[in-house]
Design a protein around this ligand. Structure first.
Ligand SMILES: Cc1cc2nc3c(=O)[nH]c(=O)nc-3n(C[C@H](O)[C@H](O)[C@H](O)COP(=O)(O)OP(=O)(O)OC[C@H]3O[C@@H](n4cnc5c(N)ncnc54)[C@H](O)[C@@H]3O)c2cc1C
Length: 483
């Protein structure tokens, strides 16, 4: 495969590892070695499609719930992926675990998710360094509201406004150039996780609890009788569904949704009563991310020598100025974490606002292999310019940018907020609207639902019916769709 226009030439993480061959089309490989994969059974009580964070977390927690309650065995759960763990967005995400959402019901989803991250931080690769987000005065009201909601929902965070916000930033990073920073939120339970470690840990847990992990088998469609899914078809035969199907196929969700009878468009009612007719059910966005080596003698530690919290800065009224003095962008949107495990050396990984594409995308090859969806050439200049604009220590970082393939796409819902709901009488859809590496706890909540029959209260706000009933989300004061 040819390199991209940007000259990025590295197929992370495997260097020049040969591409898997499948129907003559390059496919994104699993990010961990596949071992002990099971053959496709003829029937299974529970079938989970997709070995990303949601599919693996669901399969693991469901197997555990069945074993612990005596209601069944781990082997009642079959997990199918056309490649294996992390072959979708989960394997290449930035790995940030944060709760900076204006959509308040997400705060409880993150509370439940951090419980899962904390349950085995070593095997899930979780670094609980915290998360600091920074805004200008125009976001002060939003921060006050979401700080209250986070704390009300059991997710501790501290809020700093005005001079206190700037003092807080200086106390963490003395070389931080506080400029127009007016409001700061410090989430204590947040952090990041190395994506490969998380995939390895999740796959191990599925294996340990007896999940039948069927890797390298592609789902090609579903049989429905009335409102019930009766079989899952694959390129290696079909499996009858006994009790329930969970579809957790990330960017491929639009295809599976269509196979299950879903439409391409939807009439969406908003809280003010207005209706948007025939909105696209799914919209693809292309992510802009990259990595940079830390030069000799430069670190990303705090004043007291600790690993830095993940940092998010949105300054909607502050332009980004390049090394040549020209304006690169009329606003700052920048997130960064320490990422040695990803960069392969002391370094940073981060990104900016994704680019809206539309209802269609070329899904194969996914991720870093797809020439069309790499971060744009301007991204490196932008990312490094913001770093230098915010930190004394990061001035002149551009020559340390890691030239490699990066980026990936995601399928967003009509209001950019997840849909966690039934799409058929026995088929559950986990569509995280590309928010959700961090949302590892959704799998546990779905497992609770499947093993008890009761919809957990944390999942209820993400029902389909919001679009018809007028409690559609999407109210936001940000340039970004992740709200
Ligand atoms: C570049 C990038 C950076 C991101 N950064 C962050 C971040 O910092 N923090 C965060 O919380 N989120 C982040 N996200 C979003 C997050 O990665 C995704 O929301 C999340 O990983 C989706 O998980 P999933 O399990 O739904 O899907 P995926 O991880 O995409 O897994 C879906 C799986 O389904 C399989 N599959 C698809 N079709 C079939 C089929 N027909 N048959 C069998 N298997 C099939 C695929 O092979 C794949 O393994 C990022 C996303 C991208 C693209």
């Amino acid at each position: 495969m040819a390199g991209s226009e940007t000259g990025h030439n590295q197929y992370y993480p495997f260097g020049d590892r040969p591409l898997p061959v499948g129907n003559g089309t390059a496919v994104n490989p699993p990010v961990v070695p596949v071992f002990d994969a099971a053959p496709l059974p003829e029937a299974a009580r529970f079938v989970v499609v997709g070995a990303g964070v949601h599919g693996m977390s669901t399969a693991w927690h469901l197997a555990m719930a069945l074993e612990k309650s005596g209601k069944g065995r781990g082997s009642d759960v079959v997990l199918i992926d056309k490649q294996g763990p992390g072959a979708g967005a989960t394997g290449l995400a930035c790995g940030c675990v944060r709760n900076l959402y204006m959509t308040e019901p997400l705060h409880a989803i993150l509370r439940e998710s951090v419980k899962v991250w904390e349950s085995d931080p070593v095997n899930l690769g979780f670094q609980q360094v915290g998360y600091i987000s920074v805004g200008e005065a125009n976001q002060e009201e939003d921060y006050i509201r979401l700080h209250k909601s986070q704390n009300d929902q059991g997710y501790p965070s501290d809020l700093y406004v005005g001079a206190e916000a700037r003092a807080k930033l200086k106390s963490v990073w003395p070389d931080f150039k506080t400029g127009s920073c007016d409001v700061v939120l410090h989430e204590k339970p947040s952090g990041y996780a190395g994506t490969h470690m998380a995939c390895w840990g999740l796959d191990q847990k599925c294996h340990q609890w007896g999940v039948r992990r069927v890797y390298g088998r592609e789902v090609t469609g579903y049989d429905k009788t009335g409102g019930t899914v009766t079989a899952v078809h694959t390129d290696a035969g079909s499996v009858r569904v006994g009790e329930a199907l969970v579809v957790a196929t990330g960017a491929w969700m639009p295809l599976h949704y269509q196979w299950l009878g879903g439409g391409d468009t939807l009439d969406v009612t908003y809280p003010d009563g207005h209706v948007e007719k025939a909105m696209d059910m799914w919209t693809y966005w292309r992510l802009l991310e990259g990595e940079v080596y830390l030069p000799e003698g430069v670190d990303f530690r705090t004043a007291d020598g600790r690993d830095s919290p993940v940092l998010h800065v949105e300054l909607m009224n502050t332009p980004v100025i390049g090394d040549d003095g020209k304006e690169l962008q009329d606003h700052v949107y920048w997130y960064t974490r320490y990422a040695a495990e990803r960069v392969g050396a002391p370094g940073l990984q981060g990104g900016t606002i994704p680019v809206k594409m539309g209802p269609k995308a070329a899904l194969e090859p996914y991720g870093h292999l797809n020439d069309a969806y790499q971060a744009d050439p301007w991204f490196a200049d932008y990312y490094c310019a913001v770093a230098g604009q915010l930190f004394g220590r990061f001035e002149g970082l551009r020559s340390h940018y890691k030239e490699r393939r990066n980026g990936g796409i995601g399928a967003f819902t009509p209001d950019n907020v997840p849909i966690f709901d039934w799409v058929a009488d026995n088929a559950f859809m986990t569509a995280d609207s590309n928010h959700g590496f961090k949302m590892i706890g959704v799998g546990r909540l779905v497992a609770d639902l499947l093993s008890t029959g009761d919809m957990p209260e944390e999942l209820q706000p993400f029902a389909f019916k919001r679009y018809g009933e007028g409690w559609t989300y999407g109210d936001r004061n940000s340039n970004c769709p992740w709200v």
